[in-house]
Write a new protein. Structure first.
Length: 119
């Protein structure tokens, strides 16, 4: 009877250990990712519109606003790309060619503040 209890306890411990290790995190910050489709975004009037979570910014007014913010931040250059970002700390990425094989990416938050300039 004690052998049966010891076997049951060992089996239970093994199952629990395997279950916990299978649920562990790899700390690669990839455990939760939003879907790469569309999600509702609130507009100024409180309604929602579908805004992609990544990909090019096609809205001309928004694109122009983001280009101006980026160029004001870096001084001068030519905007080569404006995209939605799927990163958590910023909503948009604007690539600016500074010439002489130099380019930067200006990361802009949803509230249109500059988060970072990657040189």
């Amino acid at each position: 009877m004690t052998t049966l209890r010891a076997l049951a306890a060992t089996t239970t411990a093994l199952v629990l250990a395997l279950g916990v290790s299978a649920c562990g995190s790899d700390d690669d910050d990839d455990d939760v990712r939003p879907a790469a489709t569309s999600a509702p975004a609130a507009t100024a009037d409180g309604s929602t519109s579908a805004a992609p979570l990544d990909g090019p910014v096609d809205d001309a007014a928004l694109r122009g606003e983001l280009e101006k913010i980026a160029l004001d931040e870096v001084g001068e250059g030519r905007v080569t790309d404006v995209e939605y970002s799927d990163d958590r700390d910023h909503a948009y990425e604007v690539e600016v060619d500074l010439g002489n094989d130099d380019d930067v990416t200006v990361e802009i938050a949803e509230d249109k503040s500059v988060v970072r300039v990657d040189r």
